[in-house]
Design a protein around this ligand. Structure first.
Ligand code: KG4
Ligand code: ZN
Length: 340
C-alpha cells in the first residue's frame, strides 16, 4: 500500500491563514502561516468579521506559497485536508470553500479535519516514535481538553473546561494587567521577572469530576486582587501577578494530567495547542513526567499555535483509514471531537 501520500493542509479557523504540504504524515515540506495578529491587536482580540475578510484576501497566495516552498505542483497532491470545525464560522468557511473549490476543479480527494485532532497530531511531526495509545492535554485559546488518544483518529475525552479555556484565561488576565493581545506569550515573558509564589491565587477543583477544569474563578480572583490594590492605592507588580497567575494555571494542568496518566496506567503523554508553547508549563510537565516515569512529548512552538501542517498530518491518518469528505462538507463551529 502507498504510504507516502502528499497532503495539502488548509487552516483558517481563527486568525491564522495557513497552508502546508506534508509527506507521509510526518515530513513537513512547507508550513506557511499568515498571521493577522497585528490587525486584531488594535481591537484587543479577534474580530470575527475582519478575520474572515483577511482569510479571503490571503488564502490563495498562502496556498501557492506552500506548494512552491514544498517544490510540488497541485497535481502531485493526493488529498486536501481542511479544518471544518470547531472555530469561527465565517473564518472556517473561507478554508472549507477554498478546499472544496480546488477539489471540485481538480478531482483531488477532500478530507474535513477536526481542529483539535490537528493540534494533537502536531506531536507526530517531530516525534517519529510517537504512536497511539497515549494521553494528551490540548490547551488553546478555545479549548482545554484532556484526551485519551486510543488510536489514530480515535479519541475519548476524559476532562474539559467548564468555563474559560486556558488560553482565554491568559488573554483576559493579560488584558487586565495591561499587556494586551495576544496575552499568552506576553504573560509567559513578563512572568520570568516575577515571583510565582507572590500571590496565592486559587487552584480550582470541579466537583464531581477530577479531570475537568475551571478557570473563570481564577480570572475573577486576579481581577479582585487588582481592584483591591487600586482601592488601597497599592502598586501592582505586573510580573508577580503574571507569574502567580501562570503558576496557578500550570499547577492545575499538571496535576490533572498526571492524575489521568496514573489512573489510566499511561506511560506516554503529549501536550498540544497554543498554551503548550508556554515555557513554565513545558518545564513543569518535563519535571512531573520524569518523576512519574512517563515519556513526555511536545511540539515546537510553531506547531503548538495554529498551523496547517498539523491539519495535513491529521488528514493523512484519516485518509489512510479511507475517510473522504464530499462537496457537502460545511463549517461546523461547535464540532465535537471524534465525530464526523
Ligand atoms: O492553538 P491556538 O493558536 O489557537 C486556538 O486554537 O485557540 O492558541 C492560541 C492561544 C491564545 O490564547 C494564546 O494566548 C495562547 O494560545 N498562547 C500562549 C502562549 N503562546 C500562545 N499561552 C501561554 N503561553 C504562551 N507562550
Ligand atoms: Zn488552535
Amino acid at each position: 500500500m502507498k504510504e507516502d501520500y502528499l497532503i495539502l493542509g488548509i487552516e483558517s479557523s481563527c486568525d491564522e491563514t495557513a497552508a502546508a504540504v506534508v509527506k507521509g504524515g510526518r515530513t513537513v515540506l512547507s508550513n506557511v502561516i499568515s498571521s493577522q495578529i497585528d490587525i486584531h491587536t488594535l481591537y484587543g482580540g479577534v474580530v470575527p468579521e475582519i478575520a474572515s475578510r483577511k482569510h479571503t484576501e490571503r488564502i490563495n497566495q498562502v496556498i501557492r506559497q506552500a506548494l512552491s516552498e514544498a517544490g510540488v505542483k497541485l497535481t502531485d497532491i493526493d488529498a486536501i485536508a481542511v479544518t471544518y470545525g470547531p472555530g469561527l464560522v465565517g473564518a472556517l468557511l473561507v478554508g472549507v470553500a477554498e478546499a472544496k473549490a480546488i477539489s471540485f476543479a481538480t478531482g483531488i480527494d477532500l478530507i474535513g479535519v477536526h481542529h483539535i485532532e490537528g493540534h494533537i497530531s502536531a506531536n507526530y511531526i517531530e516525534h517519529p516514535d510517537l504512536e497511539p495509545p497515549f494521553l494528551s492535554l490540548v490547551v488553546s485559546g478555545g479549548h482545554t481538553h484532556l484526551v485519551n488518544v486510543a488510536d489514530y483518529g480515535v479519541y475519548e475525552i476524559l476532562g474539559r473546561t467548564r468555563d474559560d479555556a486556558a488560553g482565554e484565561a491568559f488573554d483576559k488576565v493579560a488584558r487586565a494587567i495591561g499587556l494586551g493581545y495576544p496575552g499568552g506569550p506576553k504573560i509567559d515573558k513578563v512572568a520570568k521577572e516575577g515571583n510565582p509564589d507572590a500571590i496565592p491565587f486559587p487552584r480550582a477543583k470541579v466537583e464531581g469530576s477530577i479531570y475537568d477544569f475551571s478557570f473563570s474563578g481564577l480570572k475573577s480572583a486576579v481581577l479582585n486582587y487588582l481592584n483591591s490594590c487600586e482601592m488601597k492605592s497599592e502598586t501592582v507588580s505586573v510580573p508577580d501577578v503574571a507569574a502567580s497567575f501562570q503558576k496557578a494555571v500550570v499547577d492545575v494542568l499538571v496535576e490533572h494530567s498526571m492524575e489521568a496518566c496514573r489512573e489510566r496506567g499511561c506511560k506516554k503523554f503529549a501536550i498540544a495547542g497554543g498554551v503548550a508553547a508556554n515555557s513554565a508549563l513545558r518545564a513543569a510537565m518535563v519535571d512531573a513526567c520524569r518523576q512519574n516515569q512517563i515519556d513526555f512529548y511536545y511540539p515546537s512552538p510553531v506547531y503548538c499555535t495554529d498551523n496547517a501542517a498539523m491539519i495535513a498530518v491529521a488528514g493523512y491518518y484519516e485518509y489512510r483509514k479511507g475517510v473522504r469528505s464530499d462537496l457537502t462538507l460545511n463549517a461546523v463551529p461547535n464540532l465535537p471531537l471524534g465525530e464526523r
